[in-house]
Design a protein around this ligand. Structure first.
Ligand code: UDP
Ligand code: MG
Length: 136
């Protein structure tokens, strides 16, 4: 059964700053993802706080939101069969030190906070996150 899904991907400030945008997009395309929407933006800390609200009780929340709003990011809607899980696998573990060979975070991530990419963690959250950045 076909299960075409969309997921939200963000190329985070550490990767945009190192000019990795095109390389990372090529990795997605080479792995069968279609980039159906994309924009390069910089968000306010208050917007990052809304985006990462699920983490508001975590000790790293404030730094995380300051970081995501610290420079330009590339926000993309990716489409592929089972794209939510496929993107999580391609990204690798949150901590680049624990990410498997061949994953984006293993290759480009600097640290657990500067881990180069974001990806939705469920189909439900993908819808919420896509709406967050691309509504109307
Ligand atoms: N993060 C962090 N310190 C931690 C855990 C997470 O700075 O101890 C950051 C990291 O950039 C991560 C983001 O918070 O990508 C969101 O955390 P989550 O657990 O949702 O990881 P992800 O879904 O991005 O793998
Ligand atoms: Mg997450």
């Amino acid at each position: 059964m076909s299960n075409l899904e969309q997921t939200l991907s963000i190329i985070k400030p550490d990767a945009v700053e190192r000019n990795l945008e095109n390389e990372i997009k090529e990795i997605f395309k080479n792995n069968g993802f279609l980039i159906v929407k994309e924009k390069k933006i910089q968000i306010e800390k208050s917007e990052a706080e809304k985006f990462y609200k699920v983490h508001e009780t975590k000790p790293f929340y404030s730094d995380l939101c300051a970081y995501l709003s610290s420079g330009p990011i590339v926000v993309m809607v990716l489409e592929k069969e089972n794209s939510v899980l496929a993107n999580r696998e391609l990204m690798g573990a949150t901590n680049p030190k624990e990410a498997k060979e061949g994953t984006i975070r293993k290759r480009y991530g600097i640290s657990i906070d500067k881990n180069s990419v974001h990806g939705s963690d469920s189909v439900e959250n993908a819808k919420i996150e896509i709406d967050f950045f691309f509504k109307d």
